[in-house]
Ligand binder design. Structure first.
Ligand code: ADP
Length: 175
């Protein structure tokens, strides 16, 4: 059986991620959604919450499981017996980053393949950063993330101070 790992920060999981994961789950025997524990970028939700939101988002897919990981993605992929790593591609800027990562990972683990699925058109401009900013500013995020993620963002921002706005805007150039 082909096992694929879909790694990411998922801070929080949104419809762009879900679309890629669902399409990957239809292609491969098992998909492990791997939530990176210690991203270098600023994160809003702790790992346990990011994992819980992913679990709820994929609860209806029997061949998808969600796990947190730390360390090298290729090491995690080997641990779970995966033959390939799946990533999503939106714009040209994603391509450069993913290309660089894929080549470096290939050097570290020549036995593991990298597969990029193109975003669906309706999610081409969706990123976790955009989602968080719109949520923080009180915009409508119904078409961007599932209800449980919308609720988590609302809860999180009810207690947020204004000082967090610039943190969000600068959190990452690409996510
Ligand atoms: P990372 O910090 O590893 O980039 P993200 O959670 O931002 O983690 O993204 C995980 C994966 O999902 C990446 O491959 C990213 O390119 C992809 N992705 C994010 N948003 C979208 C989207 N709207 N459409 C398709 N793929 C996406």
């Amino acid at each position: 059986m082909t096992i694929a790992v879909y790694p990411g920060t998922f801070d929080p999981v949104h419809y762009g991620h879900i679309d890629i994961a669902r399409r990957a789950a239809a292609l491969f025997g098992e998909l492990v959604v791997a939530v990176y524990d210690r991203p270098s970028k600023q994160i809003l939700f702790p790992t346990a919450e990011r994992v819980a939101m992913c679990r709820e988002a994929f609860a209806d897919l029997p061949n998808v499981r969600v796990s947190a990981y730390r360390g090298l993605t290729v090491d995690f992929a080997r641990q779970v017996g995966a033959q390939l790593i799946v990533r999503g591609l939106r714009a040209l800027s994603d391509f450069e980053f993913e290309f660089h990562m894929a080549l470096m990972n290939k050097k570290l683990a020549p036995d593991i393949e990298f597969v990029c699925l193109m975003t669906s058109l309706e999610y081409a401009y969706l990123s976790a950063t955009t989602l968080k900013e719109i949520a923080f500013l009180g915009g409508d995020i119904c078409s961007l993330a599932p209800a449980h993620v919308q609720a988590a963002l609302r809860r999180r921002f009810e207690s947020a101070s204004d000082a967090e706005v610039p943190l969000l805007s600068m959190s990452t150039m690409r996510d």
